[in-house]
Ligand binder design. Structure first.
Ligand code: AMO
Length: 437
């Protein structure tokens, strides 16, 4: 098995085999330094020119391009003079495992490289340590949140992405040809995570692809993104849902801070702030009033009962001013603006919320309507009949009160690292004009 750069200190004075990219070759008068790289860091390989036995390896490395990959057998030696971790590899054998052609751009200096060129060669772009770190941080965040859920009786599920009816609403759904009929790409695991509860699993979550046929070219919209979705049973109100989300985010962000806090500060210049419970909550009506009185903001008529991008931005400002918080739950949305499966109370008030972090909506959540008759009524009101017929059946044979939420993972990573857009955040961005690589 491969030994990683960050494990080499355990092999001092031992003979090992190390594999990685050739990051740089420094050919000096008396010595050649070859910097090798893997996903955990860089290490120096040193070839003394005075050593007769090094001649063929020196010749080989002279003709090996940077970004080729090599396999080196040699000894790990401790040497304080080496700036890269105080270690070097003294090789006895080198094998080139893959030769690199001249690169289309220098991934170590991306200033001035067009973002679309970067996307076209994403696998090279990703070799920039900053971009490697984005993936590692997102993985760590997911790990932290997963750990929390496993500890709290959640079961991870995988629901289908090919579906037979346009799920929540027809407008944002991609149609695909499915043999001699039409199918759709799931715009949320919503119905299936609820079905899993009707199936007797009390708590479920899913981390998976979500498809949206939205022709939006903003810095926060993708046509495919990763949803971190969960659903859990036997709740009393959507307060339970918000409370669980607070714990989940605290767990995820704490993990990131512990593992990558320093590195993030160094590379992205931003602090990982672990929030405290409870996050502030505000009713939409009160929010409109505050935004108007403080910032002279008026919600456009078509958005009344909902938020828009500007309102989200100002909500962050307000959360900081009023509560010194980066997070804010917004509640009391208009039922007309929200999906039919959100519960309403006896006065028709919606039992759902959005969570705004650093000026962007990262989550929608709610207590769900689990009472069959009410659900049918709400669906009818939205003009949904045939398409949700299968879903309505889940509530006919006993289904516990429940709620849940969906986090846009890409958006979270973007905000966590202060990145300029979802395009550079996603592993492989999917937008109205991008389907490759
Ligand atoms: P919603 O549609 O609000 O809710 O989506 C949940 C979260 O997903 C993220 N998101 C997006 N991220 C990138 N590109 C997009 N085009 C995009 N659209 C949404 C946002 C958003 O908050 N079924 C519900 C969730 C639930 O109630 O459990 C749903 O899908 O961060």
């Amino acid at each position: 098995m491969k030994i990683f750069v960050n494990e080499l200190e355990n092999y001092v004075d031992k003979e090992i085999t190390f594999s990685g990219f050739v990051d740089a070759v420094r050919d000096k008068k008396w010595v050649m330094f070859v910097i090798l790289r893997d996903s955990t860091g860089k290490v120096q390989m040193t070839l003394e020119k005075s050593e007769e036995s090094n001649s063929s390896m020196l010749e080989l490395m002279k003709n090996t391009t940077v970004e080729s990959t090599i396999r080196v057998t040699g000894k790990v030696v401790s040497n304080e003079a080496v700036k890269l971790g105080g270690l070097e590899i003294i090789p006895t054998n080198i094998e080139v495992t893959s030769e690199a052609e001249a690169l289309p751009f220098d991934f170590n200096n991306l200033d001035g490289v067009n973002i679309d060129t970067r996307m076209d060669y994403r696998w090279l772009d990703m070799r920039n340590p900053r971009n490697t770190l984005i993936r590692q941080v997102e993985s760590c965040l997911t790990e932290g949140m997963r750990e929390y859920l496993y500890k709290n009786h959640f079961t991870e599920i995988h629901s289908p992405k090919l579906i037979g009816t346009a799920s929540e609403s027809g407008s944002e759904v991609f149609e695909v040809k499915y043999f001699d009929r039409e199918a759709y790409l799931a715009q949320s695991p919503q119905f299936y995570k609820q079905m899993a509860l009707a199936g007797g699993l009390d708590r479920v979550f899913e981390v998976g692809p979500v498809f949206r046929a939205e022709n939006s070219n903003t810095n926060r919209h993708a046509t495919e993104f990763t949803g971190f979705d969960l659903e859990f049973a036997h709740i009393d109100s959507y307060e339970d849902v918000m409370s669980l989300e607070e714990d989940l985010l605290i767990a995820g962000l704490s993990k990131v801070k512990d593992v990558y806090g320093e590195k993030i500060k160094e590379v992205f210049g931003c602090e990982v702030i672990v929030p405290k419970k409870p996050f502030p909550r505000i009713k939409l009506g009160d929010l409109y009033k505050e935004l108007h009185d403080r910032y002279n903001f008026e919600i456009p008529t078509e958005d009344i009962g909902d938020m828009n991008a500007e309102a989200e931005k100002l909500t962050f400002k307000l959360a900081q001013e009023l509560y010194q918080s980066e997070f804010m739950f917004v509640v009391d949305y208009a039922a007309t603006k929200r999906p039919f499966y959100h519960m309403r109370d006896k006065d028709g008030k919606l039992q759902g919320y959005d969570l705004i972090w650093r000026g962007v909506e990262i989550t929608s959540g709610a207590q769900r309507e689990h009472r069959y008759e009410e659900l049918v009524k709400n669906a009818k009101e939205k003009g949904l009949t045939k398409d949700v017929e299968f879903y309505l059946q889940f509530f006919k044979y006993g289904c516990p009160p429940h709620g849940g939420f969906g986090i846009g993972l890409d958006r979270m990573t973007m905000l966590l690292l202060g990145l300029s857009g979802i395009k550079e955040t996603q592993f492989l961005f999917r937008g109205p004009n991008r389907l490759n690589p």
